[in-house]
Write a protein that binds this ligand. Structure first.
Ligand code: AMP
Length: 144
């Protein structure tokens, strides 16, 4: 299973990006409205310059208080996030997410953003693949 298949199973969809100047208040509204845990920060709109997750916001709130809500996305984002490509395997992406302790990974091609995968997307795709493999094996054993 490769990243391209995961993107396809998600049914396309646009990647939510925000500009570096977006305030944290605006980012929290986007996270809540779109029911997502992170946004990609991009100046031109089609690159992954940074990633800002709910964890970054919670951590900053705990350290510095509600004043951070008027800060901009670029002040809290993680710069140059680890990215993957369409041809990368799901296992490799899962390993990189587990090693790096993050749940989001932008998908890029020639430096341009083409999608995003979350740990939930990868686990869901792997479980569905395992289920199909099990059914196929059961079919073979039963002689169908
Ligand atoms: P997450 O688990 O994705 O909510 O993110 C946990 C922490 O890792 C936050 O500080 C994020 O900014 C950071 N992060 C999320 N995704 C990535 C990534 N692909 N590469 C590097 N850091 C990331």
């Amino acid at each position: 299973m490769i990243v391209q298949q995961i993107l396809k199973s998600k049914g396309g969809g646009t990647v939510i990006t925000v500009s570096p100047e977006t305030t944290i208040t605006e980012v929290t509204k986007i996270l809540a409205e779109k029911r997502i845990g992170g946004v990609i920060v991009s100046k031109p709109g089609d690159t992954a310059d940074g990633i800002l997750s709910e964890r970054d916001i919670v951590r900053a709130l705990s350290h510095r208080g509600a004043g951070i809500l008027s800060d901009t996305a670029e002040t809290l984002m993680t710069r140059n996030p680890v990215c993957c490509e369409r041809a990368d395997t799901a296992d490799e992406v899962l390993r990189r997410m587990t090693d790096g302790r993050f749940r989001h990974m932008p998908v890029v091609e020639d430096g341009k953003l083409v999608g995003i995968v979350t740990i939930g997307d990868v686990v869901k795709a792997r479980l569905s693949q395992l289920s199909m493999e099990r059914d196929a094996l059961e079919g073979m054993i039963a002689g169908h």
